[in-house]
Design a protein around this ligand. Structure first.
Ligand code: ZN
Length: 156
């Protein structure tokens, strides 16, 4: 696993333990080159999912990107981290069970909004309001950066 800080590919696993009620394995890693520490999660992936953007471009589905956007939407909301992890796992399982490994980006947005609406209305509104612009931009990184200041503003 490549070190996210210095790019060294020779990192060491210091600790492995079950996480999320044995759905995942959490590994603490150490980079001997720069001293950096980071965490990785190993999960069962039933199928390799591909996101189809509205401009037709294909991109491997990235759970961490999904997690980032949901984490920002839920910032400072009274939702337990375990609850959030369960929700994200639930979303991924739904995506995996859609019957097609190619998933339009809009479908992911709809499922995320549905799930957020069920656990926290404020987070749902945050996500949904930014999601409208996101559909035009269709760029997940831009989406996350737009979501961030919006979420921060509501916390003031
Ligand atoms: Zn390093």
């Amino acid at each position: 696993m490549r070190c996210p800080f210095c790019g060294n590919v020779d990192t060491q696993v210091k600790d492995s333990r079950p996480a999320e009620d044995h759905v995942a394995i959490r590994r603490r890693r150490f980079c001997p080159a720069c001293g950096g520490r980071f965490t990785t999660y190993e999960r069962v992936q039933l199928r390799d999912l591909v996101v189809i953007k509205s401009n037709g471009r294909r991109e491997d589905f990235d759970r961490q990107k999904l997690e980032r956007s949901i984490r920002i939407a839920l910032q400072k909301r009274p939702v337990e981290p375990e609850r959030m992890d369960q929700m994200i796992s639930g979303i991924v399982r739904r995506l995996e069970s859609l019957g097609d490994t190619d998933i339009p980006s809009g479908t992911i947005g709809e499922i995320v909004m549905e799930s957020l609406a069920r656990i926290d209305t404020v987070a749902y509104v945050r996500f949904a309001s930014v999601y409208k612009n996101f559909q035009a931009a269709d760029d997940f990184d831009k989406f996350v950066s737009e979501l961030r200041p919006h979420a921060a503003k509501e916390d003031e």
